[in-house]
Each structure stands twice: as C-alpha cells, then as structure tokens.
Design a protein around this ligand. Structure first.
Ligand code: NAD
Length: 500
C-alpha cells in the first residue's frame, strides 16, 4: 500500500517537552525519558521525562506553597475569572498547535482534535463566570441573637491523573473548575499523551496564573500516579481511568491521608433503540457513538439494545453507516476514524474481537485489524446474536466494537440496560416522550442522552453511577466538588451566660 498522504508534516525529530513546576519548564536533564511514537505513523514524536518521586515532591511543594500563602485562593473571583478568560483566548489562539500534538500522540483525527480544543477554550470561559458566582448560604432565621453562614472554601492542593483517550479534553473538564474554586494543581498525564498538558501549563502561566498553581509531572502510573495517590500533602485527587486502577487509588488514599477523591472510571454504555425511533437518526447516532475516537471513550455506546421487530434492519443500517465513515491518517482533514492509541489497547481490542467470535456471536462487519500501510487500525466491528452472559456484552472493550442485544418490552430494555456494574452514560432513541422519560428515569447512568449521544459542554456535569465513579466534574457541580463547606455561627449582642 502507498504511504498515507499527510497534510501537516511529521516532526523531523521528537520534541522535548520537559515537565512543569512552579511556573517554569524543567528539562529532562539526566532523567530517563519516554519516547512516544505516533500510533498512526510509527515515528517518534515526543520525548517525555520519567520524573522521580523527588520531582513529584518538588511539584507538590510548589502547589502547597501557592495554596497556603493564598496567592490564588485569596484573590477575588473577578481576578481569578480574568485569568481563566485569558486562558480561554490563548487556547483558541494556539488551537492548531495543541490539536497537532494531540493527534500525533493519540492518533485521533485532527479535525476532531481541533474541535475538542476549541470546546476546551469554552470551558475556561464558562468557568470564569463560576469563579465569580461561587457562593455559600446564610441563615437569618436563628433568632435575634444568632446568624448562620455556610461558606465554601477551596479543598487545597488537587492532584489530577488523566488517561490517554482525551488528554486535553479530560484535563480541561477539570482544571478551569478547580482553579475557579481557588485550589492549586499537580497533574500527571498518561505517559502516552503528556504533550498537551505541558502546553496548557505554559498557557496558564502566560494568562497570569501565579507560579506554583499549575504543575505537571510526567511519568508512569505505577510510580508517579501511585505516589500521588499516597501523597500526604495532596488534599484531593481527581482520577480518570480504569476501574481497576481506580480501586488501587481508593486503597492508597485510605492508607495515607484520606484525601478526598473524584473518580471517573469505565463504562459499558447502553444505546436503547425503540422501533418508533427515527431509525435514520438513530443509526447515525449509534455509529457515531461506537466509532468516535475509535470507541476509546468511557462513554462509548457499546451495547445496542434494540427492539426485536427492527433489530436486523437496524443492524444493517448501522453497518452501512460505518462502511461510509472515513478511516485513515489522522493528520488528514477528511479522516473520521483514526488509529488505536496504544499497542496494549490494540491487542486488547483484537483479543475481545476473537473472544466474540469464539463465544458464538455473529460477526456483522469488521472483525479485525485494518492494514493502512503504517500505524495500528481496527475496523469498526458489530456483533449480533449476543447474549447477556457473553464477555463481549459485559466487559468494557474500549474500542470500536458494538454488541447487539434485542428486547421485546420496555421493562426488558431497562433491565438489560441496567445489567452491568457500570453506570456512566446511556442513550434512548424513540419519538414517544413517555418511553423516553421512563427510560431516562430508570436507567442508572450519570449522563443521559435522548435522541442524541455523546453530547457535552461546560454547563452540564459529568460522572458515573455504580462502579463508574464518585463525584462530578464540570458545570457548577464541578466547582463545588473542589470546595469544602464550613458552617459559621455568629452571636449577635451579649452572650447569655452558661455560668451565672
Ligand atoms: P488506566 O487506568 O490504565 O490509566 C489512567 C491513568 O492512571 C494514567 O495516567 C496512568 O498512568 C495512571 N495510573 C496507572 N496505574 C496507576 C496507579 N497504580 N496509581 C495511580 N495512577 C495510575 O486507564 P487508561 O488505559 O489510560 O484509560 C482507559 C480507561 O480509562 C478506561 O477504563 C476508560 O473507561 C477510563 N476512562 C474513563 C473516563 C471517564 O470520564 N469516566 C474518561 C476516560 C477514560
């Protein structure tokens, strides 16, 4: 096969990003480095330091000083908002550069990456308003001698651990809200995709964020990630990743300082399609929900729960949609489906596809790797005749693999949708408002979509039910997560003595 055509050229040599502490880039110097290859082009693109636990201590100390001396939390909401607004503008101005590095490290289509980056700018702009409107409560009904206040205070130093599937987006669903609350931050991005977190740190400094308020330490999860979960001077940790590692983070927090935790974990998300839906719209949405970001989304709609009377016809409609999606070089503007991000994930997805075949599911399309001449690609895959016990119906595959489970009644559809340990997201497709509302009420999921899927934005919170996580990110709820509540009683006038 011919070399894939590229619009933007690949870097001549891998770029050194260093790491970021106390308002300045720190070069790798003598530290070991991790060389990241583009999963779409097989060439080295970035060199990232493998930070030591000493480096982490340095970053936590910087964040601790910045929090404790109130250089950020002591500012007015107006002053914090000004920094967040400037950051939004700088992200817009550097959107092309951020999207380029995101695509090179992650393998996602450049047009998609650009859209995500611009969406992130909007998060800073929205959160700037929240910095000004964050407030508590008051009780003026405690009698003439007493007034009560409920104030919100920032939690302190927040650690953020992110995965490789949406490196910039997931970070930006947290950072502006955390900064709006007045906290300071230490980030550990996935070792596969650190570049754009480091660009963000520079942008925040340029936007006027005081030194030490945003630090980025790079390295592996088992060393730096684990050390963050155990760190006694980190007050709260926002972890996004697999449920298995989430469990380890909970144990580590319990062993150390009982830090507050936010957890965004896995999903096995249902797409419930009724026969009365606009099937054309639903087929497009289901195809998008499983193939967007090559199915490497915590909220991918990976279980199609479809009314039996239309199941075969609908499966063909989704198959035909997927056949038209453009898979290819993610640097090409026309590409809709890019490469699989990591070698390990590529192996995992392919092994689940083989498992589906062994389990006796009916392969409707896809079924293996796609040879694009370079890089690692997998064809969007649909399995029919799937039963609830099959591994492919239960495990989060985190790839473009759709399993179809038919239903006959509304109650059955809801039971199948809830038959999972996860509860991250769900969609329902129907033109019957009653059915839509019943399903929305009864399916356990933190995010719900009616006649759409994967919709998002800065206003609405994110988070999961059941084993998909704890807490919420984004929106006003996202700012409040990073605050703790203090209740204040204020006596008015002369105290009624206890001792006469
Ligand atoms: P992962 O759990 O392997 O890694 C996530 C992050 O945790 C990485 O930065 C990694 O270096 C770090 N890590 C690894 N071991 C650690 C440890 N012992 N202590 C602390 N940190 C550690 O996940 P991944 O493979 O990067 O991402 C895929 C998973 O993430 C999927 O399960 C997916 O559902 C989940 N995810 C969830 C959301 C969400 O919002 N719910 C979003 C994206 C991804």
């Amino acid at each position: 096969m011919d070399q894939i055509s590229t619009r933007q050229s690949l870097p001549a040599e891998p770029r050194d990003f260093g790491f970021y502490v106390d308002g300045a880039r720190v070069p790798a110097a003598e530290r070991a480095v991790f060389i990241r290859h583009s999963p779409a082009h097989d060439v080295p693109v970035t060199r990232i330091p493998k930070c030591t636990e000493g480096d982490l201590d340095m970053a936590v100390d910087a964040a601790r000083r910045a929090f404790d001396d109130r250089r950020w939390s002591g500012l007015s909401g107006q002053a914090r908002a000004a920094v967040l607004l400037k950051a939004g503008a700088l992200i817009r101005a550097r959107a092309e550069e951020i999207a380029y590095w995101e695509t090179l490290e992650n393998g996602k289509p450049i047009a998609q990456a650009r859209g995500e980056v611009l969406g992130c700018a909007d998060m800073y702009e929205y959160a700037s308003g929240l910095a000004r409107s964050l407030h508590g409560d008051s009780f003026n009904n405690l009698g003439d001698g007493m007034m009560g206040l409920v104030t919100r205070e920032p939690v302190g130093v927040v650690g953020i651990i992110t995965p490789w599937n949406f490196p910039f987006l997931i970070l930006c669903e947290r950072v502006p809200y955390i900064l709006a609350s007045g906290c300071t931050i230490v980030v550990k991005p996935s070792e596969m995709t650190s570049a754009t977190s480091l660009i963000l740190a520079q942008i925040l400094t340029e936007a006027g964020l005081p030194d030490g308020c945003m630090n980025v330490v790079t390295g592996s999860g088992s060393t730096i990630g684990q050390a963050m979960a155990e760190h006694p001077r980190i007050d709260m940790l926002s972890f996004t990743g697999s449920t298995a590692v989430g469990r380890r983070v909970v144990e580590a927090a319990g062993r150390s300082n009982f830090k507050k935790l936010g957890l965004e974990l896995g999903g096995k998300n249902p797409q419930v399609v009724f026969a009365d839906a606009d099937l054309e719209d639903a087929a497009d949405g289901v195809a998008f929900g499983i193939a967007f970001n090559t199915g490497q989304c915590c909220v991918s709609g990976s279980r199609l729960i479809v009314e039996r009377s239309v199941a075969d016809r609908f499966a063909e409609m989704v198959r035909d949609k997927l056949a038209k999606a453009v898979t290819g070089d993610p640097l090409d503007e026309a590409t809709q489906i890019g490469a699989i991000t990591t070698e390990a994930q590529n192996r995992t997805i392919l092994s689940y596809i083989e498992k589906g075949k062994e389990e006796g599911a009916r392969l409707i399309c896809g079924g293996g790797a796609l040879d694009m001449g370079q890089g690692q690609y997998i064809a969007p895959t649909i399995f029919g005749d799937v039963t609830a016990e099959m591994v492919i119906a239960r495990d989060e595959i985190f790839g473009p693999v759709l399993t179809i489970l038919p239903f006959d009644t509304l109650d059955e559809a809801i039971a199948i949708a809830n038959d999972t340990d996860y509860g991250l997201a769900a969609s329902v497709w129907t033109k019957d408002i009653d059915k839509a509302l019943v399903v929305t009420r009864r399916v356990q999921a933190g995010r719900f979509w009616v006649n759409c899927t994967l919709a998002g934005g800065p206003e609405l919170p994110l988070g999961g039910f059941k084993q998909s996580g704890w807490g919420r990110e984004a929106g006003k709820y996202g700012v409040e997560e990073y605050t703790q509540i203090k209740s204040v009683h204020i006596e008015i006038g002369k105290r009624r003595p206890w001792i006469a």
